[in-house]
Design a protein around this ligand. Sequence first.
Ligand code: NI
Length: 169
Amino acid sequence: MAIRKIINYGHPYLRVKSQKVEKIDDEIRKLIEDMIETMIDAEGIGLAAPQVAQTISLLVINTDHIEEGAEPEAFINPVIYDDEGESSMEEGCLSIPDIREDVKRPETIKIKYTDIDGLEHDEQMSGMLARVMQHEVDHLNGVLFIDKISPMKRRLLSKKLKNIASGSN
Ligand code: NI
């Protein structure tokens, strides 16, 4: 396993729509291992492949933060196809250091994904897991949590964001 470099806000790969994973081969399994190690090292709850400069539809979640003792999990080609309710929660992002803001999102989601063994799943998620999943799936579509805060709040953050984008945060 190896720790990969996490790219920051301002990097063009964070704005790209990710490609579907066609085959779960050794390269993908290695990337998943590396992403899990990178996420744990950075003390993150989730990490999407574009954040380590791989624009493919893959994310990992440190479910240990959500349910004690659970193993980190990989979600391949995840698609959220339904949602319900609304909740507000403070979010941060490993690619946008030192910024945390309240974000409104659906409370419950329905999602289809493939696991590391190639098995397909169709699940309902709510609470913290649904929250982290929506943040990470956004990354696969080139969307960041700061896109979902009010324009006024974003204006207040513009200097900080500029500093992050210029690498001087
Ligand atoms: Ni993020």
